[in-house]
Ligand binder design. Structure first.
Ligand code: ZN
Length: 324
């Protein structure tokens, strides 16, 4: 059978974790992501003729800003103060950890086409009651405005921390596709247990699941199969060979089942052990391009996957109508 490989990238600079820990470590990693990580990853993908979905935090696509007083405040129990208190209201030259217009343009004009999607405007947590509806709508609208400015479709959305919320508002804003939570080979109804099981799955290199899209609130939801974790803290203990094995098993399984292997990662997480992480991705890209050239694998973006799925629904409806 023929499988499909989808890669989505949560491209967020310092926006992705400033609320958990903000300091020189995060700034260094985010500056690296802007200057080295994103360009290197883009070169790797284009070199192998692989299109990925780059889910940008909208603010990270700006080259400057002057603050955001119009944005409805959020209130979370783990973070005090204004959400934009670290935003320097400056520009990419001075603060490449918050602004990466140059990277956004590189992805937009890449020699091999890439899909631009969004990861919210400022990485607020939509599934949390501390995010008011008004702010959610503002976040979606700010992303759509960027898409309009650059005349791109930009209708794939990845929720920060995969905490979905305001799906009707997201659809009404013009988005069409979302990344749903990962489907895990071992799963319980308790989220804390699932986190532990997810870590064990990495250590023991369990085969990730092949996934299929479905409709959720009128949006095409594509679950993740596997998140490639950073090599920092305890995550360094996950052996490289187990990481490699999981990716290869995921590719193998999607071909056997004629389904989708949806790999995702945060480019900022390639900073630690950069050499090893890129070596792993290089192997992955080589394998994907080889199987694609052999006709066993198709490479698709989230948007292309949604298009194909919607076309198949339409075709199915036509067939039912015709036979009725
Ligand atoms: Zn700003």
């Amino acid at each position: 059978m023929r499988g499909t490989f989808v890669l989505s990238l949560d491209t967020e600079l310092a926006w992705g974790s400033f609320d958990k820990s903000f300091g020189p470590k995060l700034v260094r990693a985010a500056q690296w992501e802007n200057r080295e990580g994103i360009p290197r990853l883009l070169d790797l993908l284009c070199g192998h003729h692989i299109s990925a979905t780059w889910a940008f935090v909208g603010h990270a696509t700006l080259d400057h800003c002057t603050g955001h007083p119009e944005m409805e405040p959020v209130g979370y129990d783990w973070y005090s103060g204004d959400w934009f208190q670290h935003d320097p209201a400056s520009d990419e030259l001075r603060h490449p950890e918050w602004y990466a217009r140059s990277c956004f343009l590189k992805v937009l004009r890449a020699p091999y086409p890439q899909e631009i999607g969004f990861h919210s405007f400022s990485h607020v947590i939509f599934g949390n009651p501390g995010t008011p509806r008004k702010r959610a709508i503002q976040e979606f609208a700010a992303c759509r405005a960027i898409a309009r400015e650059f005349e791109i479709q930009g209708d794939a959305f990845v929720f920060p921390r995969n905490r979905a919320g305001f799906l009707d508002e997201l659809r009404e804003a013009g988005f069409r596709t979302i990344r749903a939570r990962d489907m895990s080979p071992i799963h319980t109804r308790y989220s804390a247990a699932n986190n532990v099981l997810g870590v064990l799955a990495d250590f023991f290199a369990l085969a990730p699941l092949a996934v299929s899209p479905y409709l959720d609130h009128g949006l095409v939801a594509l679950p993740g199969s596997l998140m490639l974790r950073a090599m920092d803290g305890w995550r360094r203990l996950i052996p490289l060979r187990a990481r490699r094995a999981r990716i290869m098993k995921g590719i193998d399984r999607c071909i056997r089942e004629g389904a989708i292997f949806h790999l995702w990662l945060h480019p900022i997480n390639l900073y630690r052990e950069e050499g090893k992480m890129f070596e792993l991705l290089e192997e992955c890209c080589e394998c994907v391009s080889l199987l694609r050239d052999r006709g066993d694998l198709r490479v698709a973006t989230m948007g292309e996957t949604a298009e194909k799925y919607l076309a198949s629904i339409e075709q199915g409806t036509k067939m039912i109508c015709a036979s009725a």
